[in-house]
Design a protein around this ligand. Sequence first.
Ligand SMILES: C[S@@+](CC[C@H](N)C(=O)[O-])C[C@H]1O[C@@H](n2cnc3c(N)ncnc32)[C@H](O)[C@@H]1O
Length: 194
Amino acid sequence: MKVVKIVRTLCLVHFALCFCFFSFAQDDHPFVLDVPYVPTPDIVVEKMLQLAEVNGDDILYDLGSGDGRIPIAAAQRFGTRGVGIDLNPERVREAKSNASSAQVTHKVEFIEGNIFDLDFSEATVLFLYLFPEVNMKLRPRILDMKPGTRVISHNYDMGDWKPERVEKIKAPSGTEHTLYLWRVPPNGKIEIID
Ligand SMILES: C[S@@+](CC[C@H](N)C(=O)[O-])C[C@H]1O[C@@H](n2cnc3c(N)ncnc32)[C@H](O)[C@@H]1O
């Protein structure tokens, strides 16, 4: 009788623990963003596409793609194939819906995932609007990409890697934006800022 009681108690405890864990998993955010969502103003997106000389032969990746505006704009303007990666499922849903409204779903793909886990090495042009330390963490992987790959970063540099160009632009709201362009060098041999 005592054994039955113990088994019953253990089952109840087990059930209670499972229930608590499930509730926690439901309530808790299953992801931690490295960078919050701040969309790039459309006029700045336009300038970034120009600076990178994006064209219809490119494969564009936007790491942390938000509502998908950069791959969508490139697909609309130039027919560029684009991939956006974002860790936030809400952003990915929004980007897919925006691609559908813009009628470019055959050109763009939005993947829910972590930029540190997913492969972006097929890109010929890479867009970043992250944080300086996130750029630096990605830098070794970027330097492993095909030589000539263009890398455009909104507002944040990449440590001592000298950019080929730096452009400043003011959005209609008055915010100032700095854009950086690099080209992946052969053998990862970067030019260092003096
Ligand atoms: C500053 S927003 C840039 C959005 C878009 N690229 C733009 O320029 O409009 C950064 C985006 O990165 C996403 N993000 C943050 N950490 C991430 C990670 N580790 N992997 C994938 N996406 C991430 C956020 O959800 C957010 O949408």
